[in-house]
Ligand binder design. Structure first.
Ligand code: NAD
Ligand code: MG
Length: 389
């Protein structure tokens, strides 16, 4: 039996993880489930999987969670510290599926108990890649990517000589606005940005796909996870989302990973690793697919990709600041305080001011420095003239 904990169980990735575990009760035992305000769903999941503990990050949701799990024998708790404590409970695999930088500290707790960390939460690697890798080495923890592109790269690298890798190519669907004229993007609303052409995902990552902030995070995540130079990570727009990533080798070979755009593949691969098992995902009929297309990303349309290059070149705390400024800019867009194209402007201004102040130049930052840069970037984002005007 694999003992599994799911951080962010009530979200898009979390629910699909629950579904796969529920389908194989003989192989998985659930330790902890965590969620937010959707306490009814969290309680239901905890009962169905027979979890030992259910935790909500909101203290004001605890009474309802307690009431819903009364008589079940399932422990309940609330707050950020309780989520981190749940992540530290002995488990073989911890699914990191909280959205945003809030996933970092609980993920580190899972690593420190030596668990295999299945990383859907890309923000963990963007904000603190080197620290996370060092902790994983120190505690004998394994990191398994769950982001579809990174799972694809991981799978393409099995049995290969890492020194033979020349480059990694991440595919991008182009998001909701890929066919909009550039001038129209400034008028895009949160509702329009929150519909994805190919993937069903949480609201925040769907909007990040439309702006390609998601791909920007993924480029940095790939550099950190696979120990690549910035110039070794490329992005190509592939509207069909059937190839998830490619690895290029020094003999010119390109190994592509293909499949239906369904996160249950990457989630199931991580849950079953190092084995492969049957998964309930559609099988591709290539003759029906017919053809696939590729094009270079347009940097005027997707300034986030240029910012990702800058973050990788700056290193230090740039990733932590970039991600936090992006989260703050996304909040402002969701509140209609800024337009769609202004998100990148907010992020760039935060990077500019922190860089000029020397706040990003820190070698091998520890957790306190990462959290400090995160908080400073959010505060600076709130103070940019775009948001105070
Ligand atoms: P989601 O919004 O659907 O779910 C997020 C989960 O995190 C929920 O359970 C929520 O209650 C919890 N949560 C939110 N804020 C929290 C906080 N401050 N503290 C503790 N818990 C909190 O998100 P999602 O789409 O499932 O994405 C989760 C992560 O996986 C993100 O990092 C995302 O980038 C990544 N990811 C998602 C997909 C996808 O298909 N959804 C694909 C690749 C990567
Ligand atoms: Mg992805």
């Amino acid at each position: 039996m694999k003992r599994v904990t799911i951080l962010g169980a009530t979200g898009s990735i979390g629910c699909q993880t629950v579904e796969l575990i529920e389908a194989a009760p003989e192989r998985f035992e659930t330790v902890a489930l965590t969620g937010g305000r959707n306490v009814a769903l969290l309680a239901d999941q905890a009962r169905r999987l027979g979890a030992k503990i259910a935790v909500t990050c909101h203290d004001d949701c605890l009474a309802e969670l307690e009431q819903r799990l009364a008589g079940s024998g399932i422990e309940v708790a609330s707050g950020d510290a309780a989520i981190t404590e749940a992540a530290a409970r002995p488990a073989d695999l911890v699914m990191s599926a909280i959205v945003g930088a809030a996933g970092l500290v609980p993920g580190l707790a899972a690593i420190r108990q030596g668990a295999t960390l299945a990383l859907a939460n890309k923000e963990t690697m963007v904000a603190a890649g080197p620290l996370v890798l060092a902790e994983a080495r120190a505690h004998g923890a394994t990191l398994l990517p769950v982001d579809s592109e990174h799972s694809a790269v991981f799978q393409a690298l099995v049995g290969e000589d890492r020194d033979a890798v020349e480059r990694v190519i991440l595919t991008a669907s182009g998001g909701a606005f890929r066919d909009w004229p550039l001038e129209r993007l400034a008028t895009a609303t949160p509702e329009q940005a929150a519909t994805h052409p190919n993937w069903a995902m949480g609201q925040r990552i769907t909007i990040d796909s439309a702006s390609m902030f998601n791909k920007a995070l993924e480029v940095i995540e790939a550099k950190e996870l696979f120990d690549l130079r910035p110039d070794q990570v490329e992005v190509v727009v592939h509207p069909e989302s059937l190839i998830h990533a490619l690895v290029g080798f020094n003999d010119g070979a390109l190994m592509a990973h293909m499949g239906a755009p369904d996160m249950r593949h990457a989630i199931g691969y991580a849950l079953n690793w190092p084995e492969r098992r049957d998964l309930p995902v559609a099988r591709l009929d290539l003759a029906a697919v017919g053809s696939m297309s590729f094009r270079a990303p347009d940097e005027a349309r997707y300034p986030a990709l240029r910012l990702a290059r800058r973050v990788m070149e700056e290193g230090g705390l740039a990733g932590a600041a970039f991600n936090a400024a992006k989260e703050a800019a996304l909040d402002a867009f969701l509140d209609r305080r800024i337009g769609f194209m202004q998100m990148a402007q907010v992020v760039e201004r935060v990077l500019d001011t922190m860089s000029r102040a020397g706040a990003l130049r820190v070698d091998s930052p520890g957790l306190d420095a990462v959290l400090g840069a995160d908080a400073e970037a959010r505060a600076r984002a709130a103070r940019t003239d775009l948001l105070t005007a």
